[in-house]
Design a protein around this ligand. Structure first.
Ligand code: MRU
Length: 355
């Protein structure tokens, strides 16, 4: 993948000639392991089990899953190939419901396959080039988000204390990150004192992944249990919040990792700016408000177990939504590669029609 020099060295989804290599995010930070993915079914499993996770990274992984699926076709006719590709798309679509980048990338790949004059080999090659383009564009997009974010961060103090939730870093994208892209840009510009990372129960993406990324890059990071964010705001320890997104409705309502909504409420109560950083591929142009965003529910083991130990008695019921929706009125700005939009201006700013 061609990238520019200053994007760091963390690339969670890489094409390796005949297979995809994923950084296994379920093993970090204890182990840095690359996992070979050779079939579309393996890619679907990797997305479902969160070996690869984070909205843009899921989209890139699904695009390469389509490439692998296209190469698995054993027939010779075009109709059969396109029907096979639809089946691959359908399997990948069923992996995770909330991040719209998954569906966006699959649709783009299906669109790339609609070339009436091409041979099957040419179509397979074109699909590979399209997936590589999606990955390359995502890194460039994240860099633009970082720069745009830097321009709207508070002007004082000179060195900012930024809070983030979950992991919206290089690991969650093709490289560089969205919310952590803004953090990286602030660090590079000498405008960051430190980043506060919420641990992000139950999967601990903040404790495991954001903390790991910051340590790799030498960015000062302080880990907080999720319960501590409001306290830190009250103590004047946070200058702004920057989070990523999994799906943004046209009115600016934003789905992101569970707990984001509470952080936004706390930020509002303390008059602290709360920014969402996301590529245009995270905006769902088909939905008017966050009420239409499907929220993934994951296995209760994620909340009844810590490590390998069960922490709660038998007889308890569970509810484990993986995402929540932060209403637009709590969001100070949506940082995209095109610029930064007030939620009310988002639809017009991206050239969409609010429903
Ligand atoms: O369940 P995950 O780890 O895939 O959730 C990730 C998040 O919620 C991220 O904040 C979001 O996808 C943005 S990633 C740039």
């Amino acid at each position: 993948m061609a990238v520019t020099a200053n994007v760091g060295s963390i690339f969670p989804v890489v094409w390796a000639g005949d297979r995809v290599q994923l950084i296994d995010q379920t093993r970090l930070p204890e182990q840095y392991e690359l996992k070979d993915i050779t079939t579309a079914a393996e890619m679907a499993t990797a997305i479902r089990t969160m070996i690869v996770r984070g909205a843009p990274a899921i989209g890139v992984a699904a695009a390469f899953g389509m490439v692998l699926g296209a190469r698995e076709y054993r027939g010779s006719d075009r109709e059969g190939f396109l029907a096979h590709l639809e089946n691959v798309a359908s399997e990948l679509r069923q992996t995770r419901p909330t991040a719209v980048n998954l569906f966006w990338a699959i649709d783009r790949m299906l669109g790339a396959a609609q070339q009436p004059t091409a041979t099957l080999e040419e179509l397979q090659q074109h699909l590979l080039e399209t997936a590589q383009t999606i990955a390359r564009e995502d890194v460039q997009t994240c860099q633009a988000i970082g720069e745009n974010g830097l321009s709207v961060l508070p002007k004082t103090p000179e060195k900012l204390r930024l809070l983030t939730h979950c992991n919206a870093g290089a690991l969650a994208t093709a490289g560089y990150g969205t919310a952590l892209g803004v953090v990286r840009a602030a660090w590079a510009a000498g405008r960051l004192e430190r980043v506060y990372a919420d641990e992000t129960r139950p999967r601990l993406q903040g404790a495991k992944l954001t903390a790991w990324e910051c340590v790799q890059e030498g960015i000062p990071v302080t880990l907080l249990a999720d319960t501590m964010a409001a306290h830190c705001m009250q103590r004047g320890m946070i200058d702004a919040v920057v989070v990523g997104a999994d799906r943004i409705a046209l009115n600016g309502d934003t789905a992101n990792k569970i707990g984001t909504y509470s952080v936004a409420l706390a930020a509002k109560a303390h008059n602290i700016p709360f920014f969402v950083a996301a590529p245009l591929s995270t905006i769902d142009r088909k939905i008017a408000t966050g009420a239409e965003i499907p929220i993934e529910e994951r296995h209760p083991q994620e909340i009844y177990q810590v490590g390998f130990s069960r922490i709660t008695p038998a007889g308890v019921d569970f509810y484990n939504p993986a995402f929540d929706v932060t209403p637009a009125y709590l969001i100070s700005g949506i940082i995209t590669e095109l610029g930064v939009f007030a939620p009310a201006d988002l639809a017009q700013g991206i050239g969409a029609v609010a429903g």
